[in-house]
Design a protein around this ligand. Structure first.
Ligand code: ZN
Length: 252
């Protein structure tokens, strides 16, 4: 019997994961068009990050936009990542970086949450196993943006192998990481061509209502929109200052 298709998308609410959702949604639409049964499932984790509420509201808005029904939305609390700490995203005593130094010098930035992606993929695998999903999608980016060791292609490949080793025969899952070798501006460009609603996304590490415009994540994001000759549709504390900050000490 032909296996039903189901796609689990890790959706943080940031620009990268929203772009991946756009890609996965297009795939689901094409599969349905071809007469297959195909489900789109969205997966989100709260882990005590500073911008948790904002990211959750972006997750919900993106689910609405892509018409993902409630029973296919998973919001999981993994507060133990905050309990463990060791990251500027979860621990107020660790400074949020805004000088681009980690990016320029290819060093692991303070925003790295220890083994976050390993945890996220494992829990997504549980959701995928429940739905007998064929695919997991994640927006990890290795080359340009993060400097996170758990965004390396080899890690994703080994996780896929480990997950499949733990599933019943015939239930294999593919982990898709379509942005892994992309640069941030290529991601935004691809997303714009697919009408990804970036106004419903959030990338700032520290602002909750207005993006700070100076953290490394804001700067990369603003720089990408600038490079494409576009304005970022989300609200910044001071967008003009953010545009100036985005041009300093960023990789070309
Ligand atoms: Zn910011």
């Amino acid at each position: 019997m032909e296996r039903n298709l189901a796609h689990v998308v890790l959706l943080s609410g940031g620009a990268d994961s929203a772009t991946v959702l756009g890609i996965a949604a297009a795939k689901v639409a094409a599969e349905r068009e071809a007469g297959r049964t195909s489900k789109l499932i969205a997966f989100h984790c709260n882990y005590g990050q500073i911008t948790e509420m904002r990211e959750l509201s972006c997750f919900r808005s993106l689910c609405e936009h892509y018409m993902i029904p409630n029973e296919h939305r998973y919001v999981v609390d993994i507060g133990f990542l905050k309990q463990i700490g060791g990251s500027s995203l979860t621990d107020a005593s660790v400074a949020v970086e805004s000088d681009g130094d980690a990016i320029v010098n290819a060093r692991v930035p303070t925003s790295y949450v220890p083994f976050r992606n390993g945890n996220l993929l494992s829990i997504a695998a549980a959701v995928a196993a429940k739905h007998d999903a064929t695919d997991i999608w994640c927006g990890v980016v290795d080359e340009d943006a993060s400097g996170y060791p758990d965004c390396r292609p080899a890690f994703i490949e080994f996780m896929e192998a480990a997950i499949n080793a733990g599933l019943p025969d015939g239930h294999d899952i593919v982990i898709n990481a379509p942005l892994i070798n992309a640069k941030k501006d290529q991601i935004i460009q691809a997303g714009n061509e697919m009408s990804v609603p970036y106004e419903l996304t959030w990338s700032c590490y520290q602002g909750d209502q207005e993006a700070c415009g100076v953290c490394d994540s804001c700067r990369l994001r603003v720089a990408s929109f600038l490079k494409l000759g576009l304005d970022d549709p989300i609200k910044y504390k001071d967008y003009e200052a953010a545009k100036v900050a985005a041009q300093v000490a960023m990789p070309s």
